[in-house]
Design a binder for this molecule. Sequence first.
Ligand code: NDP
Length: 281
Amino acid sequence: MYQIIDGKEISTQIKNECRDRVAAYKEQGVDICLAVIQVGNDPASSVYVNNKKKACEYIGIQSLSYELPEETTEEELLAIIDKLNADDAVNGILVQLPVPKHIDEDKIIRAISPLKDVDGFHTQNVGALCIGQKGYVSCTPAGVIELLKRSNISIEGKECVVIGRSNIVGKPMSILMLRENATVTIAHSRTKDLKEVCKRADILIVAIGKPEMITAEYVKEGAVVIDVGIHRKEGKKLCGDVLFDDVAPHCSAITPVPGGVGPMTIAMLMKNCVDSVEIRK
Ligand code: NDP
């Protein structure tokens, strides 16, 4: 029988811990504020932004909301970021991605002060992660580590295969697993014999963005499978990158979609906001 890793419950634990920490800071007269900027009104982005605001409210973090029109220029956006960088009352700045095509995403990420980059996307924070220094860690991969640890799944010495090498999931994920002393392989679209590579994994982390691509043929008997993917199927049902019903009977533990990695991303964003008090010192 396999264990279903409950991301909903674990994310609630983390949010409650954050709420306690925020209350303790408030008693010391320290308030935490997150600025959330959305350019345009992409419906998926609006859902994410609203969920982030709701989480802030639950935890006791003040959220400053900037809902900018689609035609906002890069200069206008950079000017808002500059203002927020200089504002001592603002702990974290989050620009909801993707931004419209006429705005250079990399330039926007670089413009956010690394001390307020609660998404963990700034090159300075990515560099800090690589060399084991303090800084913000990208929320989704940080959430996967929490899922494993809080489900009592040991990482040290394990063979881990991460499928995907994006800057926000695959790469930071593999560095975090390395930091936990796993033996890490990163697979991607040019990997030869992907099935054979994946079958080596004690822990298989899937972040490919292809609905239900990973079947039982990719999975070693007894492996732990973490599905980062999220897709909306016809009929609005959600699914991941893993074909759950096919894979689950071969696993010792697996994350479902929804209710696995998804809820962890916002919980870890909240944790980064609370950690900002120490990081900014
Ligand atoms: P990207 O599209 O940026 O990266 C996908 C990666 O998968 C690339 O490195 C690509 O390889 C690799 N890949 C694509 N096809 C294959 C294949 N057939 N075989 C092997 N590797 C392949 O996606 P993200 O990393 O941003 O996201 C991955 C998934 O996670 C998506 O479903 C996304 O929606 C989800 N996601 C979920 C989050 C959450 O909160 N739960 C947060 C962020 C993402 P190459 O580099 O060679 O092109």
